[in-house]
Write a protein that binds this ligand. Structure first.
Ligand code: ADP
Ligand code: MG
Length: 240
């Protein structure tokens, strides 16, 4: 579904992604871990073209993303993204936050969009918050709204960039549970996280990044029991 071939990216002179080769199959959950500054967010942001790559080939469903002819809006519609900071509109209700893009981008009727929004709010466990404003919700609830908002666009791929890093510890579990359920249903997911329990349990594959490179790629059981790279070992000794 997603394929990076020898992808490089520079920010000015700074070589942020170095020879990235990575593919993600339909229904797969790939967990990207690594130290701060290693390029994890940049890699995710390249997937939905929030960032452009400098060279190499990057395809989504065999469509070359760096081709000028590619309709980026169409591509983005298939890719949902959830950020560390939920990025909800503070002056819109939960329901309005979720229905905005389906109405404006997918041209759904207000009624249809509301029905879809309520379906996903049920799914993330907070249908009773539809009329609330983001500030009236806990961090965990806001993040679940952000996930419902992503899902309401009916994407084929969901990207998560440290979705629980800004949450109080007692709210981490409720968000991870929603992500776990989504993975079980077969959603294709790329997840950047420091939650090693989640990575072990839900990940089909672990990708370990350091200094802009993918240093190691392995099944979770293999990676956590016996990381091949010294750098990965050091990282694990610090986070586990
Ligand atoms: P991670 O998510 O693994 O912490 P990032 O992808 O955010 O890493 O950043 C990788 C490196 O690129 C960092 O050194 C960061 O400072 C740098 N960087 C990120 N965004 C930009 C930008 N827009 N311009 C210049 N440098 C950036
Ligand atoms: Mg990051």
């Amino acid at each position: 579904m997603i394929s990076f071939e020898n992808v490089n990216k520079y920010y000015g002179d700074f070589h942020v992604l170095k020879d990235i080769n990575l593919s993600i199959k339909e229904g797969e959950v790939v967990v990207i871990i690594g130290p701060s500054g290693s390029g994890k967010s940049t890699l995710l942001r390249c997937i939905n073209r929030l960032e452009t790559i400098t060279d190499g080939n990057f395809t989504v469903n065999n469509i070359s993303v760096n081709d000028k002819k590619t309709d980026i809006n169409k591509l983005r519609r298939n890719i949902g993204m959830v950020f560390q900071h939920f990025n909800l509109y503070p002056h819109k209700t939960v329901l309005e936050n979720i229905t905005l893009a389906p109405i404006n981008v997918l041209k759904q009727s207000a009624e249809e969009a509301k029905k879809t929004a309520m379906y996903y709010l049920e799914k993330v466990g907070i249908p009773d918050k539809a009329s609330s404003y983001p500030s009236q919700l806990s961090g965990g609830q806001q993040q679940r709204v952000a996930i419902a908002r992503g899902l309401a666009m009916q994407p084929k791929i969901m990207l998560f960039d440290e979705p629980t890093s800004a949450l109080d510890p007692e709210m981490v579990g409720e968000v991870l549970d929603v992500m776990k359920a989504l993975a079980k249903e077969g959603m294709t997911m790329a997840v950047v996280t420091h939650e090693m329990g989640f990575a072990k349990e839900v990940g089909d594959r672990i990708v370990f990044m350091d200094q802009g490179k993918i240093l190691e790629e392995a099944k979770p059981a293999e990676f956590f029991a016996n990381p091949r790279e010294e750098r990965a070992r050091l990282f694990l000794s610090r986070v586990l």
